[in-house]
Design a binder for this molecule. Structure first.
Ligand code: 6PG
Length: 254
């Protein structure tokens, strides 16, 4: 694994080792949070790259047993505006990849009520759930898992979507023009309040977006992942070699 001093960028050879490195960080974070505060609050991400972490945590017995699941609380960083059994549901993806295989109490799983007809109602209901879980204070997740889209989106903060500029609400219903659909997403203030924001990015198709986020001019409307900052916490980019930025002039543009 190579790291970069400027920003905490950790490059591993491939997607498999990325999932394992993410699992090790998940466990390290969980143990530290439970020791310090008796609980581990995690905002999960959708996407195939984060999914590989969930599958590993659920299926590798050593890793599964290393997580203090009874003290873990799972939330969703974003969700599609669909029912929980819908193929596009992030809740369904996490349930099938992990929840069905780990000993986590049902009351520790805080899914978005994404089957409510009105997307705004989903967002408001989830804001109330966060207010309940965090005693009305701005949620400070111990770990915020994030993917990165090839267009530079993260969570469901997509380029040129209104949610990118939302700074008052913790959760918003974000209309995504190119999807012609609403997504419900945590907003930048909540994501950035997290102690550790961990990007999981694999694949050559993400390399240009990674380079734009980390080395391009700041333009959060064009590249919403640039919203994510360390603040009082930390940002780690966990990348496989294919997605990692390369020194100028050495990437083959075949
Ligand atoms: C979602 C995610 C989204 C995802 C990225 C990366 O709901 O789909 O929240 O932000 O993490 O699109 O997804 P992949 O890892 O599958 O490329």
């Amino acid at each position: 694994m190579t790291t970069s001093a400027a920003c905490d960028i950790r490059v591993v050879p491939d997607a498999r080792t990325l999932a394992r490195a993410a699992a090790d960080l998940f466990i390290e974070c969980a143990r530290a949070a439970v020791t310090a505060r008796g609980r581990f609050d995690v905002a999960l991400s959708g996407g195939s790259t984060p999914r590989a972490l969930y599958v590993l945590l659920a299926n590798d017995q050593t890793l599964r047993d290393a997580v203090p699941w009874s003290n873990v609380h799972l939330y969703w960083g974003d969700e599609r505006h669909v029912a929980p059994h819908h193929p596009d549901s992030n809740y369904r993806m996490v349930r099938e990849a992990m929840l069905d295989h780990i000993p986590i109490p049902d009351e520790n799983v805080h899914a978005m009520p994404a089957d409510l007809d009105d997307a705004d109602a989903v967002a408001m209901a989830y804001q109330r759930e966060l207010e309940r879980c965090f005693a009305g204070l701005l949620p400070r997740f111990d770990l915020v898992l994030l993917g990165l889209g090839a267009d530079g989106h993260t969570a469901s903060l997509f380029p040129n979507s209104a949610g990118v500029l939302e700074t008052r609400r913790w959760v918003c219903a974000n209309w995504i023009e190119k999807l012609a659909a609403y997504r419900i997403t945590l907003t930048a203030p909540v994501l950035n309040a997290g102690r550790l924001k961990l990007f999981l990015v694999a694949g050559a198709d993400k390399a240009a977006a990674v380079e734009r986020v980390l080395q391009g001019p700041r333009d959060v409307m064009l590249t919403p992942a640039q919203l994510i900052e360390a603040g009082a916490g930390q940002v780690i980019w966990l990348l496989d070699a294919a997605a990692a930025p390369v020194p100028d002039g050495t990437r083959s543009h075949g």
